[in-house]
Design a protein around this ligand. Structure first.
Ligand SMILES: NC(=O)c1ccc[n+]([C@@H]2O[C@H](COP(=O)([O-])OP(=O)(O)OC[C@H]3O[C@@H](n4cnc5c(N)ncnc54)[C@H](O)[C@@H]3O)[C@@H](O)[C@H]2O)c1
Length: 381
């Protein structure tokens, strides 16, 4: 097995999760990280040999095999393009970019120059999601009729909660859909194997102004600041969003997304109903998949490698009854991505590529247009 040298750009919440998952793989050495502030201190704290404040310097000096892009959305394009220009494979966080145009350019460059690329839609690697996908592919659900669910969080519940995600110039024109709705529609399309064709979206911003801290804070840190530490800022992106979907086979779908739903920390749920049976999965109980029947008892499939479909087993490293969750999805996803980088083949892989990231950006663009114009909008192919 090839040993890889990786660099990680952005050392907030998710950058650390990338490093932890990479170390669990065993064949990837994280040789350096970069972060705009306290880079060497962050590197020292994580036992990474070198910390850089500038990604260009890091990539030029370290010449890694792979770079992980874990910065806020506005720098995904610049860092990914710079890395690809040096022949470096890129694993980028979702959403792929801040704008649809940037996503098009990244996907195009990667394709033309045959650079291995991936987007970390990690939810694809929950074993029960892979089981659901295998059941759909095997025809066990029959024809898919409806898909619904949503993604609820509460970390922006208070008007004192603040993040770069609230600033469209950093995060993009949509907040809730781009940030968490992209995960939901990625799951719905991946599990069902169906593409959404049209959307009708409704946005609402309940906190029209928020108190922006005068010093930087990491996402989800829950850090308490005093009133004199804030400035008022107008908010233009959505706190809450509902979307209706039409899918290519005539199936219908809907999702409800919120970052201000008190008590729901990070709950993504997906229901699929077919002509034979239905499925329900929730991240709150991610090791179970509910299977609903009309003419006999309902079932619950447990995360047990001895009984799940082979397509789900590869994403399980522990026996049944031993819970695997969010951090494991990163490990299993990265294992598949590095295997593809080593073989040069993405065929048969379950992970998202820049093409998939671009598709999610096209859906996001249609959702924003629909919310702004109050009408159904077709998704650009
Ligand atoms: N797949 C997932 O489950 C998941 C979860 C969380 C975040 N994300 C994505 O990961 C990205 C980062 O989110 P986060 O929650 O970790 O944010 P964060 O605010 O916690 O951390 C971002 C870090 O990047 C640094 N940074 C900013 N610009 C930089 C630059 N140009 N070069 C180097 N460092 C820079 C900041 O100083 C900060 O430390 C976002 O795109 C987000 O959507 C994905």
């Amino acid at each position: 097995m090839k040993k890889f040298r990786a660099c990680v750009a952005g050392m907030g919440f998710v950058g650390k999760a990338h490093i932890e998952a990479l170390r669990r793989l065993g064949n990837v050495e994280v040789v350096a990280l970069c972060n705009t502030s306290d880079a060497q201190a962050k590197a020292d704290a994580l036992c990474v040999p070198k910390g850089y404040s500038d990604f260009r310097e890091m990539l030029d000096k370290e010449k890694p095999d792979v770079v992980h892009v874990c910065t806020p959305n506005d720098s995904h394009y610049e860092i990914s393009m710079y890395a690809m220009g040096r022949g470096c494979s890129v694993i980028c966080e979702k959403p792929l970019t801040r704008t649809l145009d940037e996503a098009k350019r990244l996907a195009d460059y990667a394709k033309t120059h045959r650079i291995m690329n991936a987007v970390n839609f990690n939810c694809r690697y929950y074993p029960q999601i892979l089981q659901a996908k295998a059941m759909v592919r095997a025809g066990e659900l029959g024809e898919i009729r409806t898909m619904h669910g949503g993604y609820l969080q509460d970390w922006l519940f208070l008007d004192t909660d603040y993040s770069w995600r609230l600033e469209p110039e950093v995060s993009g024109e949509s907040r809730v859909f781009a940030d968490i709705g992209s995960h939901w529609i990625d799951l719905a399309e991946t599990v069902s194997g169906l593409k959404a064709t049209e959307v009708l979206a409704d946005f609402s911003t309940f906190h029209k102004t928020r108190k922006k801290p005068l010093k930087p804070i990491a996402s989800f840190s829950g850090m308490a600041l005093r009133p004199e530490d804030y400035e008022e800022r107008d908010i233009t992106t959505e706190d809450f969003c509902t979307v209706l979907f039409r899918f290519e086979n005539g199936a219908r779908g809907s999702c409800t997304l919120s970052q201000i739903f008190a008590g729901r920390k990070n709950q993504i749920q997906l229901s699929l109903s077919g002509s034979k049976c239905s499925l329900f999965w929730s991240s709150d109980d991610s090791n179970e998949l509910w299977i609903g029947h009309r003419e006999t008892f309902n079932e619950k499939a447990a995360k047990d490698p001895s009984i799940l479909a082979p397509q789900a087993r590869f994403a399980i490293d522990y026996p049944g009854g031993h819970v695997e969750g969010y951090p494991d999805t990163f490990k299993h996803g990265f294992r598949a991505m590095y295997a593809a980088i080593e073989s040069g083949q993405t065929e048969g892989s379950d992970f998202a590529t820049f093409e998939d990231g671009l598709r999610k950006m096209a859906i996001c663009e249609a959702v924003v247009q629909s919310a702004h114009t109050d009408r159904w909008v077709a998704i650009e192919e």
